[in-house]
Write a protein that binds this ligand. Sequence first.
Ligand SMILES: [Fe+2]
Length: 240
Amino acid sequence: MKIAVISDIHGNRLALEAVLDDIARQGVDGTFNLGDLVAGPMEPNWVLDILMDIDIPTVRGNHERALIDNPPEKLGPVDRFAQIQMEARHRGWINALPPTLSIVDDIFLCHGTPTSDEEPWLDGWWDGRTTTIPDHATVAAKAEGFDYPVLLCGHTHIPRAVRLRDGRLIVNPGAVGLQLNHGSPDARYATVELRGGKYYAAFHTVPYDHFAAARQAEANGFPQWRDALIAGWVGAKGLF
Ligand SMILES: [Fe+2]
C-alpha cells in the first residue's frame, strides 16, 4: 500500500498540477490532502475546481476555517482575495470539509495537530521565520490518544517525518504551493508506503513554472508573493 500526501496548496494551480502529474507516475493507491487550499493570490478558483473534480479525502486548514467563519472585512488581504473569487459551489464544498479525518484505522489526517489547525507540530516555523525543532516529548504529547500508525499533518510548510518511540510515524509533506523557508521554489509532497508491516516516508520535490505563478501573484496585486514564489523563501514578515 502506497499513498501520496499533499498540503498547503495556497491557490497555486500550476504547482498543484505539476504535483498531481508527478503523483500519477508514482503508482499510488490514494492521495490525501491536508488543507490550506485556496488562500493565495494566484488561481484559487482553479484549485478548487481541480480538487472538487478529483474528490480526494481532504481536511480543512486554518485558512478554510477563516474563509468560512468571517466576512471579507475581517479577513487579511490574501484570504479576502480568495473569498471574493470563490463561487457558491466552492463555498458549499469547503463548508463540508472536516477538520480531521481517519482512514481505515491506519491513517489520521489533520492540518496542524490532531486538536488544532493553528498549532505547529513537527517544527515551530513562525519564530521570526526561523525553524525551531521541538523536543520528542513535545511532539509525542500532541499525538496522545491518537493511536494510528500514521499521523499526517501540514500547516508549517516544512517537510519532516518523526518516528515516535512507540513506532507511530508523523509526516508533514511540506507545501505544494508556497515554500516558506527552503530557499528553493520547487513544490513539495510526500509518499508513505507500507512494506513488510512497516511504514516508510519519502519526500519529493517537483519543479514547476514558478515564474508564471509569480507573474499571476504580481498581476493580482501581491508583489511580496511574487518574490516569495521566485525565491522559495518568505522572510521575516510573512505573507498573510
Ligand atoms: Fe495552515
